[in-house]
Design a protein around this ligand. Structure first.
Ligand code: MG
Length: 452
């Protein structure tokens, strides 16, 4: 059967590769597999969000599911409310950090975590076979609204930080809401944590007039400048559906995602001796150093936030995280959560009584580089076996592509999910060594191409 789900839900260009008809049928398939029961629904600020949400609602109701509309909200807000509302699942209309012309759907199970690949493929089977459950006329579901979802979520986050201390310190914070749903939570949350809040890009606008919804350094210049010009202690930027947060220190410097993840990891892992941290093989030495320093254990996964969430639950880990700034704090919930991450960073700043640049300068420094290697489409999938053979004498982690581990660095070779190429990442203590390792990785990929 065909595939509609990518690594993070279904995504496409509005009214072209992602349409109302598709949304209706995806929702009918979701209702067929996850129902009967209540399904929570939400959306971000993207164009067509209201239209797609209505289509999804109609599809779900037709299968006999009831629908609870929590209004526009961050994806983690919906996820947090799914178990609280006793729902069998959730649907959010979002394309996360994709460019403005995209929209899509993420599907969650009863725990609030995105459904597994196995459930996705069941949904796909029903989607393509059109064997939807069709409720009898007197068993069609009803749609209701819940206005308290944002409040419950904000209160839950507040319960995990030291509010009294935060109020005493009275930080100044600039929030860049990406003109999307992060704007509905983070400015309010930070104000309630005693911060003076300045917000930019915090109107809901699916044209994304302020910046691209991906919180990459090149999209965060306005935030960086605002932090400096208002003399703020901290800048916070979300992606389109606010499951991630990127931070700016008081000097205007934009942190890498692995730095904020490492600051949180150090704090959380130090609190609980013998804890476990889950992270994909794409994470670097910085996180390994923190794990070693705190006496914790690292549990590697393949790349992808959904895999990390499920693994965090499976092994009851204290923390999960990704090098792109996604942090999973299961004491709150086992999914990436941008507002929780923002509150944690502010909390750590006041608990350690350090500004953010000082917290960053406590971390070891590594250098990284990456290259792309074009691979003939017919060889892209078979290449892995050859590469495993070529690299068999190294110390490797082979959960996802091949990660070659050296004493002073590492190389990760993985196929691209979407393009006819493989990617090679390398990290080391110096830039020269990182470049040298990356060249070695590329050499091995090319050797693998020639014998595949
Ligand atoms: Mg996102």
């Amino acid at each position: 059967m065909g595939k509609i789900f990518g690594t993070n839900g279904v995504r496409g260009i509005i009214n072209e590769s992602f349409t109302v008809d598709m949304t209706l049928d995806i929702a009918r398939a979701v209702g067929t597999i996850l129902g009967p029961g209540k399904i929570a629904i939400s959306r971000d600020s993207r164009m067509g969000g209201d239209m797609f949400q209505r289509a999804a609602t109609a599809g779900l109701l037709s299968t006999g599911c009831s629908v609870i509309d929590i209004g526009p909200a961050p994806t983690p807000t919906l996820q947090f409310n799914i178990p609280l509302l006793g729902c069998v699942g959730g649907v959010v209309i979002t394309a996360s950090h994709n460019p403005p012309q995209f929209n899509g759907i993420k599907v969650m199970g009863s725990s609030g975590i995105e459904v597994t690949r196995e459930i996705e493929s069941k949904i796909e089977d029903v989607y393509f076979s059109k064997e939807f459950r069709i409720a009898d006329w007197n068993e069609i579901g009803s749609a209701t609204k819940d206005d308290l979802a944002l409040r419950r979520y904000i209160d839950a986050i507040k319960s995990h930080v030291d509010i009294d201390l935060l109020k005493k310190r009275n930080l100044t914070v600039v929030v860049d809401g990406a003109t999307s749903v992060g704007s509905l939570v983070t400015p309010i949350l930070m104000r309630e944590l005693g911060c003076k809040v300045v917000s930019i890009n915090s109107q809901m606008d699916g044209m994304f007039p302020g910046r691209n919804p991906e919180p990459l350094p090149e999209n965060l210049r306005d935030l960086s400048q605002t932090v400096v010009s208002v003399g703020a202690d901290l800048g916070i930027a979300h992606d389109g559906d606010a499951d991630r947060a990127t931070f700016v220190d008081e000097t205007g410097r934009i942190l890498w995602g692995d730095q904020s993840f490492a600051i949180i990891a150090k704090h959380v892992l130090n609190k609980t001796p013998g804890s476990t941290l889950v992270t994909p093989v794409s994470s670097g030495r910085l996180i390994e150093d923190i794990v070693d320093e705190t006496g914790a254990t690292i549990d590697w996964t393949e790349v992808g936030s959904v895999v990390v969430s499920h693994r965090v639950v499976e092994i009851n880990a204290e923390l999960g995280g990704e090098e792109n700034g996604g942090v999973f704090y299961p004491a709150h919930q086992s999914v990436r959560d941008g507002a929780m991450t923002a509150a944690q960073i502010a909390d750590i700043m006041v608990q350690e009584n350090k500004n953010l640049s000082a917290l960053v300068s406590d971390l070891p420094i590594y250098f990284s580089t990456k290259q792309k290697v074009p691979v003939p489409a017919e060889k892209k999938d078979e290449l892995l076996d050859s590469l495993l053979n070529i690299t068999k004498d190294y110390e490797t982690i082979t959960l996802d592509g091949v990660k070659i581990v050296f004493d002073d660095g590492w190389i990760l070779c993985r196929p691209s999910g979407t393009e006819p190429l493989w990617r090679c990442f390398a990290e080391a203590k110096t830039q020269d060594r990182a470049n040298e390792l990356c060249d070695l990785g590329v050499k091995h990929i090319n050797q693998a191409i020639s014998v595949t």
